[in-house]
Design a protein around this ligand. Sequence first.
Ligand code: AP5
Length: 222
Amino acid sequence: AKPNSLKIMISGAPASGKGTQCELITKKYDLVHVAAGDLLRAEVAAGSENGRQAKEFMEKGKLVPNEIVVMMVRDRLLQPDSQEKGWLLDGYPRSQSQATALKELGFEPDLFILLEVPEEILVERVVGRRLDPVTGRIYHLKYSPPENEEIADRLTQRFDDTEEKVKLRLRTHHQNVEAVLSMYEDITIKVNGGVSKEEVFAQIDSALENLVKQKKATAGSV
Ligand code: AP5
């Protein structure tokens, strides 16, 4: 790996804006976006045995077992592009055991970003979310509408994006978040995720610019 490459984790409740911020972060910092939920949905779409099992948990808003998730994330982080460019890990770890497993495999982040969003906003974000299957971009019918009708016509919705299911996902999040945070206390930044996506990014961007400066200074002093 390049000595200066960034290793970042981003976490937050369902629909707190992780994926949206990852689009903006990777555009500027050219990191490899590794999203546990996207990797799982790809397995579900491929119809693999892991995907079939994972879907049962995802439909209930529960954590998919570590036997499936840990190696899947590890394999993606070990790919040459993640090693070369650095990585942005989204939606992992979601439990203390996942954090410990990653540490034992030798993956340690430089920064842990926590998006904080008032709960009443989250449900509205979930039910209005739409995805473009062609570009992978995330939209929202009210906050981030598609640019034209051609895109609007092809937008899809996730199978777990209903009000009922997001409440289950939120419960799982609350059960686990403190334990995960306790593992990264010294490198955590808490970001107000309840403002516009540009304003959220400005907060993250300034933390990342500082980190890049620090890394350059450390590399220069050896
Ligand atoms: P995952 O896919 O990770 O879902 P999640 O954590 O519920 O998060 P989301 O993808 O729903 O939201 P997001 O924070 O990315 O928000 P987004 O940017 O899209 O996980 C799904 C399932 O997989 C889990 O329930 C679990 O079963 C399983 N799983 C995943 N990881 C696992 C793991 N490590 N271990 C075990 N199981 C695992 O934004 C949401 C909407 O809001 C969008 O429409 C967007 O346009 C809009 N929006 C974003 N930012 C703003 C803003 N600032 N203002 C207004 N609108 C905004």
